[in-house]
Design a protein around this ligand. Sequence first.
Ligand code: SF4
Length: 350
Amino acid sequence: MTEDINRQFKPLIQDQGLPELKKWMADHGEPAYRAGQVFSWVHGKQVTSFDAMTNLSKSLRAKLAKDYDAAPLAMVQRQVSETDGTNKFLYRLRDGQCIETVFMPYHHGNSVCVSSQAGCSMGCTFCASTIGGKVRDLMRGEILAQVYETQRLTGEPVSNAVIMGTGEPLDNTEEVIGFIRLLADPYGQNMSMRNITLSTCGIVPGIYRLAEEKMPITLALSLHAPTQEKREKLMPIARRYHLDEVMRACDDYREATGRRETFEYALVAGVNDTDEDVRELAQLLKGRSAHVNLIPVNPVRTSKARRPERGHVLEFQKKLEKSGINGTIRREMGADIDGACGQLRRRQGV
Ligand code: SF4
């Protein structure tokens, strides 16, 4: 499917790093320093038209426009939360696919949650993003453009990014790695890698591949259940990668990068929120100086998954802490707008 878009459209200028731009300049008889100028327009000033690149000659701009597209996406819908300022965007890509991006204002810096695929094939039972399956992987420029465009539309600088929107990032690993490297480029957005979090449902080869890059980003494992048996019921991917293997890969990631991973735990009433679950979770994470993010699950129309009562969530957290495991309850952002990831996209019928 990604091949289709490559056939239908010109490459995106946002997909290009400095080496690619330098090669293009050399192939077109242009001096190498022009590559730096273009890079700075695209990733620094984040323009989406070649006409805006005013320090380039008209003929060079025309040559670039012949070979590349500069506008990866356009906004279709925007919802703004009245309670906490969260903005949810629906963007349309060049081939008509729609993706969601969320802007979350925090005191410590604004954060953006990006999608890495259009749809998702992982099939987690409590997730709206997977309902229609995966349509295609996003290219690095399409993931970057979510950050750039969200920043432009809100008029607010973004200092943190979470790759936790629609899609499994480690099912699109090379594009996601390319995205992170460009996002952290000092001549581009210059985001600190320490402020970037990648969330995976546990694709073991992808975790090892990410560890090889030795980027100091945070890995968040969507754990959601403390045993193999329970995990299989919530997440079909668990049948492919056993929990023991996933935990070993996370340990390897921590050793390779020096970064402590976090564990995401979506609480589903009566499914993974019992005292037994607390005990098993504490047992699993013992000795890992782990941090658990507890997320009361969002209701999804097609799923029976219900969130536990607020009091029960607090109890779960307390018991976990008593067992020596750090746990925080994720603050719910944008509760008054289309809450769960994937729902805005579904509501648009895409
Ligand atoms: S939770 Fe993430 S990995 Fe699972 S189906 Fe949803 S988007 Fe895909």
